[in-house]
Design a protein around this ligand. Sequence first.
Ligand code: AMP
Length: 415
Amino acid sequence: MTINNYKFAGKKAIVRVDFNVPLDENGNITDDTRIRGALPTLKKILEEGGSLIIMSHMGKPKGKVNPKFSLAQIKDAVAAALGRDVKFAEDCANAADAVAALQPGEVLLLENLRFYPEEEGKPVGIDKEDPAYEVAKKEMKESQKAFAKTLASYADCYVNDAFGTAHRKHASTAVIADSFGDDDKMLGYLMEKEVQAVDNILSDIKRPFTAIMGGSKVSTKIGIIENLMDKVDNLILCGGMTYTFAKAQGGKIGLSICEDDKLDLALDIMKKAQEKGVNLVLGSDCIAGDKFSNDANTQVVSSMDIPEGWEGMDAGPVTRESFANVIRTAKTILWNGPAGVFEFDNFSGGSKAIAEAIVEATENGAFSLVGGGDSVACVNKFGLADKVSYVSTGGGALLEAIEGKVLPGVAAIKG
Ligand code: AMP
């Protein structure tokens, strides 16, 4: 079923959203992107005369009730975004009465799903090495099914609009779908858009295809880097992983971050790129700082010859230009991970140069997908989010989808 075809009038819809929004120490939302992202789906259901049961996780309460992660803190913000009252169920697994009282057009927000260990389906309090772990895991899978059935019992149909958790086989993201027939379960609009954006990158590739992978470590990106190697024409590797590559090639990297156990891997990536005819672009110069701080003293140095006591913290001017030249001519672009410590304004120039080149390419007809928390934070910081083709809400889910893995949250609905 698709959300556009389903008739929500008079129906109760349980919708999994990703309202895992960042909060400050007073419980105020500091970035409501995720709430805004789910609005088209939620509004469609309400405007058609359906009633809405919203479920989400927040943070990592590890299967225990913890007020710090209570969704009660965001109830008013959700109400304001929807322009309607929102009722709140303090116990997501005992909300049958509140659900029964729900009238068409009304909204019920369930308390954090992860207050129950059944949501994630992992045994808590038992070490993985403990012989009892496997038994506990089996038992937990059964309780997870029961928990998912309870959630399913609240509604006539199930909508999954939480792309951020689509790579997890949790009660609310996948297992619950087993309780609904194909005609009563569907992806929400945000999920549809995310799946489409990934599809554009994977199957409808206009060339040249340029991927820009940055961030701190090569180890967390290796799966996607290897996968992209079969698809891209140009692969720009930047950010902290630059220095693992520099050291692997015999460079001096001072205090720059480096994964010493990944030096062989770095050389292997370089070799594979050559074998596959991929243009691997690494930075040649960098802005080094004498401390990890925005007000560090800086100098532009070769990425292969960073002085003792200094660390590479951003791409240098020559590198920026070489990245931008490759990006400007691309027709398909994927960006994940910043080119430097962009949180410090004085080290955000490299990431900004990338963002600006992506915008230019997009204006010239490229499809550009920016995803993963930090690159999204980058385009937001530079005010360029609406000038790229698509900004994904998914971090891990996006990377897994692009690696070609089947996302349990999508498979549970689409088969
Ligand atoms: P990731 O979560 O792996 O995408 O990494 C994002 C983080 O990498 C950001 O917080 C950046 O500050 C950090 N980062 C990028 N370049 C560097 C660098 N040269 N040195 C240290 N951290 C970096």
